[in-house]
Design a protein around this ligand. Structure first.
Ligand code: ZN
Length: 656
């Protein structure tokens, strides 16, 4: 591993915290050091308070920041003297500790200091860096890990046996680390946890981290344990309905809908197919930091596809004595492995599932390297249980924030690249859903880089493409809860006498036939939605009030309306709700260019503004207005409504 320090870059950071911010970001750039908010850094500074007194402060990474893009105000300033006093207490509960950390801040708006703040405080150095480096964990997590660590580093590091993170660890280090005894130490290895380095400057502490990790990497290379295992495995196939069934079972266990990602890439598949997979994957996480996200790794199997069975077996085999305390909380797994299915990752949101995927990718590296060093060995089950229980306690403290209404749910929107469809995507994302956005326009793939959104190029009139889009949606998110049938075309006005069969059929194919096909193909998935499936059909004012010159359009939307009503009847018993909305005169969509709008307004002898508000309420109807209704129809407010038709048109005399 190389130092990423560059003088030119460093010069752009000023103030006492500046270089602390800079080298923290350098750590964050190395995924082999820290991942997704892992790791933390600090600096000790003297500052004058408003009374003119000089105080020593510890600026330590606060919760909610990621090292890769941390800013100066992502560090929490805590009174150092207070932290050192706390470190002398015989014990301190989690809630009490968090309370003490928060009430020792000198800036009311600061984030909550890292739970490792007291540990940073007791290390007598100005700069402290902490990571969970892959290379080091590959070495500490083996049977003779401590001997190997001593062989690699000699007296350059202080070796601390595993102690549960939080107050206990800080107290242990306070009692075992002394400046006189360890004046020459460059860092501190925490067995089965990670690495600390320290120094007089940001650069010194950072470059010591890089140097110590490089020594671990060299050791692994020297012992033939560095290069990745060859990862070739044929791609696997799992039917969408099987995945959705699994997701439904996991969601039932979790008590709320969960996102499930399927990863049968060669690497994950090869790992899941190792002959020793049942042994190596069941031991526990590589660092206590990962406990909640990677501890529970049930092995599935074709014959055990009923996930509940597999999980029950797993739990019975691995749960420790106090399991009653755990089962009250969320016991859904976060990673599942199967020789046939590859890796599946689970999260409350698509982002959570993605984080789990990244953490487990790191886990695979560490386990495989440790295996080659003589055998991966995680912490004893009791230690893992303690951290898990502690983490769950922490999570309970945080749980006051209510999750968004569609957290863990999956929506599919057609015609999603522009207009009402695109607005629907935004409204659903804003409510916490993961969204598959389909459009024939390739631009749909670049609408958003968020893990919650998957843009899929799809011509809805092509059955093969529709099926492929459903497969992609289910592989990305695990199932389908909401379907927004929005894609449609509105051809130029033509009287019946001039309407040719080709045009009629083209309109019917997009506005009607494609929706039938998608509803049919999605039905089995919607049936498995943990909270019941929902379909919203974007109809038209033309259904109740057709207009001359729009025969094909009006007929297609009227037929679609009838299709939706029949679906509401047929699917009600499956808990699937089907409702329609009838927008009118929504002008911020692709088909209404400024030119067309000006032409239509002139045709009625109106200004563009008046033309847009030509309805009973005299209001302009925007895509967002329609999308918000569509999203709400999927939500709890309409939980007991199906077969409804709701106008979104500002009021139309012919409809009213
Ligand atoms: Zn740590």
């Amino acid at each position: 591993m190389k130092s990423l320090w560059e003088d030119g870059e460093a010069a752009r950071f000023s103030g006492p915290l500046g270089l602390r911010v800079y080298t923290s970001r350098l750590l964050g750039r190395e995924r082999a050091l820290v991942l997704h908010g892992g790791g933390n850094t600090s600096i000790k500074l003297r500052e004058r308070n408003v009374l003119g007194e000089e105080e020593q402060l510890l600026y330590v990474k606060g919760s909610g920041s990621d090292l890769v893009d941390i800013e100066a105000d992502g560090f929490a300033p805590v009174r150092l003297a207070r932290l050192l006093e706390l470190a002398r207490l015989p014990r301190l509960g989690d809630t009490e500790m968090v309370n003490e950390l928060r009430t020792s801040l000198t800036r009311a708006s600061a984030p909550t200091p890292s739970v490792e703040a007291i540990l940073h405080a007791v290390l007598p150095h100005d700069y402290v860096d902490h990571t969970h480096a892959d290379a080091l964990l590959s070495i500490t997590n083996t049977g003779d890990g401590e001997a190997r660590v001593r062989e690699i580093y000699g007296n350059d590091v202080v070796v601390i046996p595993y102690v549960m993170p939080g107050f206990e660890l800080a107290r242990f280090v306070a009692g075992h680390f002394s400046m006189s005894a360890h004046a020459a130490a460059l860092g501190m290895v925490l067995m089965n946890h990670g690495l600390f380095t320290f120094g007089k400057s940001a650069r010194e502490s950072y470059e010591r981290m890089i140097a110590l990790v490089t020594r671990a990497e060299d050791y692994l290379k020297h012992h033939g344990a560095w290069a990745p295992v060859s990862r070739t495995a044929p791609p696997l196939t799992m039917a969408p309905v099987e995945i959705a069934t699994l997701r439904r079972d996991i969601s039932t266990q979790a008590g709320n809908p969960m996102i499930v990602g399927v990863h049968d890439d060669p690497r994950s598949s090869a790992f899941a197919r190792r002959p020793d997979i049942a042994k190596i994957s069941q031991q526990g996480p590589i660092t206590p930091d990962h406990v909640i996200r990677t501890k529970r790794v049930p092995m599935l199997g074709r014959d055990l596809l009923s996930y509940a069975n597999a999980y029950r077996r797993y739990f019975e085999a691995h749960a420790t004595g106090a399991r009653g305390a755990i089962t009250m909380l969320d016991v859904a797994p976060r990673v599942m492995l199967d020789p046939d299915l590859g890796m599946l990752t689970v999260g409350r949101t698509a982002r959570d599932a993605e984080i789990v995927r990244d953490l487990y990718a790191q886990t695979m590296d560490v386990i495989e390297r440790a295996q080659r060093l003589g055998g991966y060995r995680a912490l004893p089950a009791q230690d893992i249980f303690n951290v898990e229980y502690w983490e769950l306690e922490q999570a309970k403290l945080k749980r006051s924030a209510k999750p968004p209404v569609f957290a863990g749910e999956v929506a599919l929107v057609t015609g999603a690249a522009s207009g009402i469809g695109r607005a629907c995507v935004d409204s659903l994302l804003a409510r916490g859903a993961a969204v598959a956005a389909l459009d024939v326009d390739p631009g749909v793939t670049t609408l958003s880089a968020r893990p919650e959104m998957r843009g899929i190029v799809c011509d809805v009139t092509n059955l093969e493409q529709l099926r492929a889009a459903l497969v992609e949606t289910v592989r990305a998110f695990g199932g389908l809860d909401m379907l927004i049938l929005n894609a449609g075309i509105f051809p130029a006005g033509k009287r019946i006498a001039e309407l040719d069969d080709g045009e009629w059929q083209r309109v019917m194919a997009v506005n009607l036939d494609a929706n039938l096909a998608l509803m049919r193909e999605a039905y089995a998935l919607l049936k498995l939605a943990p909270r019941g499936g929902r379909v919203v059909v974007v109809g038209s004012k033309n259904v109740p009030a057709p207009g001359p010159g729009a025969a094909a359009y009006s007929a297609s939307k009227a037929a679609l309306n009838q299709l939706a009503r029949v679906a509401a009847l047929e699917w009600g018993g499956d808990g699937i709700r089907v409702n329609s909305i009838h927008p009118n005169a929504v002008f911020d969509t692709g088909i209404w260019t400024d030119e067309v709008l000006a032409g239509r307004a002139a045709h009625y002898g109106l200004s563009i503004d008046d033309y847009k508000r030509r309805n009973v309420l005299g209001v302009e109807v925007r895509s967002r207005d329609v999308a918000e209704i569509a999203a709400e129809l999927c939500g709890p407010l309409f939980a007991k409504t199906t077969g409804a038709q709701i106008p979104v048109d500002g009021g139309n005399e012919r409809v009213i």
